[in-house]
Design a protein around this ligand. Sequence first.
Ligand code: ZN
Length: 580
Amino acid sequence: MTRYFEVIGRDGPARRGRLLLERTINTPALISNDRIVSAGSLWSFGSVEEALEAADGTIDKDKLFIPPHVSVPLHVEPPVDLPQIETNGPCGLVVHPFFLDEPYPADVYIMGAAGSLRNPRELLKAVLEVKEKTPPDSALYAPALATPANLALLVYLGVDLVDSTRVVVDGYLRRYHTHDGSWNIEDLRELPCRCQYCRAMEKEDRPDLQMISDHNHLKLEEEIRLVREMIRRGCLREYVERVVRVTPEETATLRLLDQEGRYLERRTPIFRKSVMYSNTAESLHRVEVTRYAKRVLDRYRAPESEVLLLLPCSARKPYSKSRSHRLFAGALGSWRKRIHEVILTSPLAVVPRELEEVYPAAHYDVPVTGRWDLEERDWLLRCLDAYLERSSYKKIIAHIDGELREAVEEHGIDAVYTGGGTNGEALSRLTKAVKKAAIDASVLDHKKLRVRAVTDYFFGSQSGDLLLAGEVRIKGREVQNGDKKTLATLTPNGTIALTIEGARRLEPMGAHIVEIGEFLPRGDVLSPGVVDADEEIRPGDDVIVRGEKAFGVGRARMSGWEMVRSTRGVAVELRKVEKV
Ligand SMILES: [Zn+2]
């Protein structure tokens, strides 16, 4: 159980937190030696007993205390197991990433031999091993590893604490670091930095090694500030996609991480305030993209519509608000009620109209060139095939043009291709095709379909039917029962917020339930109060809080698995709670 570290914000695996030493350290952070007291390596003592005895005298509650540890190279199994020491203060435990069983409770886990993690696969494996085997509310410290160029990636992987050891030592070896990589200082014709050390060095014939170190340290400090800001803004991923370009190794690490879908998915919020930029090849593999596609295929049910209309995306989101989609809607007129619309786009592939507000469908931006590269095409067509396989349209109209039309048509999708476009002629082609196809089609209740789709998207298949059972009506963004009591509201964020009545309807599904102890929570539910929680809950999800004495609804601040394993932090922000 940790008492000295608390996570206060998340952006994927990256966290902002507080390490409560005498003066609080806001993580991710550089930790300096004066904040740490280490009992030292076991090898500097005559015996285990001697080491433990000496350790007792060095405990300092104001600092991070590191009990005696066994220092070994990365791939050597530590030959001795040391017993746990009671510290009564903030404790940092050295762990060996490749030989890790159940480590003792600690506030900070320090990755042994982290400085020699240079290979992308090893770095990733080491971090993931330690993260899986240590509590989620503890901090991870990777010593002697950070540089200004790799810092954002380390934090994105889940590292909370680093130090400047590597760049300071590099300075004495004439290695000059910047956010864009490092060079031997003698190979630089001019110094790209204008800090006081660099200005001073320019005046000298031979660079002062101490000054290179000081400059390097400064660059690392600047970078950590920027990284913290990126986490606050919820756009560390975009930043990391950009900075890993510095070396092939870093790019490889990010790509390998993306292949570890589960690690990222379990830590990725359901919604972010920031716009998701899809600027790189890696963007196509983001959790937000694969999660959306997976839920459209697994949870979403297309309405029993006879006619499907395929449309292109628009720069403005949600699409309905864009000029082109308003023109499409105008051209469809009252026929719109008889057809189902799906938008084809990169990187989300298939966006049913009902889910156009769900994150990230209304919150992404891509460089628009009209070109679809092979990987994008392949992803789009695989998703479209899978989508069509699960639905029962009799006719498809494709109002798309350019390379998008080419891709869909060449793939052999049997549709009426109206040529796309938004000019008068194009729109009348669209009207004509829809009239012809939908003449016998039945009218759909698009408002209800939207509520059903959004509910299924968040709570799982069939939950929409439960929410909408019996007499219900949709008023604006609210779902009401026969007594005009609100069951749920579609939020402007694209999520759905349940009321107590709505939660009662969904409760039998068993999804998104947070079981709490025998108490009536006031304000937020803290993680020690959580007895059990649905493994599928992600930060930002609407949840149902249930206990012997309380029933309520709220929004998850952490993932379900994290609520169960954490001993600190807010688990659920309660919106409404009732005494049972
Ligand atoms: Zn400088």
